[in-house]
Design a protein. Structure first.
Length: 176
């Protein structure tokens, strides 16, 4: 196996000669790094589009460290195949949970007496067994059980979201 080069994507104009320089090397795949490090979202998308479109479509394209659902959807539309990011697990541990109704900050007081599920549309063990109020209590008490339940939920959310994205691609040939 040939190593995957990781072009540091900072400026869209840096992608111009990328294809010519990489074609002769025939790597097994390509990793894109250096994005999502504080730049504006529009700038990140512009650079990602420029780099991803220069990489050979017949080779896997891997995007490092980018992780919101919207960012992943944009990356898939740009031709990215794989991702890794700590966002679902880090956000879970810090009280930010992804749901079908949007992001939930579990420490907010409005969840103190909310005995409903975190996300009624989610089949995970967290959503089917504990309430928002209990999750809030566990989070505020810094119980280790909170981190496990929240991480389980966020990973389930991402898995289900990626599966739906994949289905849209299979049905329509693109994520949107």
């Amino acid at each position: 196996d040939r190593r995957w080069p990781a072009p540091r994507a900072r400026r869209a104009d840096g992608a111009a000669g990328l294809r010519r320089s990489l074609d002769s090397l025939a790597f097994d795949g390509y990793a894109i790094g250096g994005l999502s490090v504080g730049e504006e979202i529009a700038d990140m998308y512009r650079v990602l589009d420029a780099f991803a479109h220069q990489l050979p479509a017949e080779r896997p394209r891997y995007l490092m460290g980018v992780g919101t659902p919207a960012d992943l959807e944009h990356a898939v539309a740009a031709g990215v195949d794989m991702f890794d990011c700590v966002m679902p697990t880090r956000n879970a541990r810090n009280g930010n949970l992804f749901t079908s109704q949007g992001r939930v900050v579990i420490s907010n007081a409005k969840h103190r007496l909310d005995h409903g599920p975190l996300d009624p549309e989610c089949p995970c063990a967290t959503c089917t067994t504990v309430s928002r109020a209990y999750l809030r209590h566990l989070h505020n008490a810094k119980e280790i059980l909170y981190a496990r339940l929240a991480t389980l939920h966020n990973l389930t959310f991402y898995l289900r979201w990626i599966r739906r994205l994949r289905e849209r691609i299979l049905q329509h040939g693109q994520p949107a």
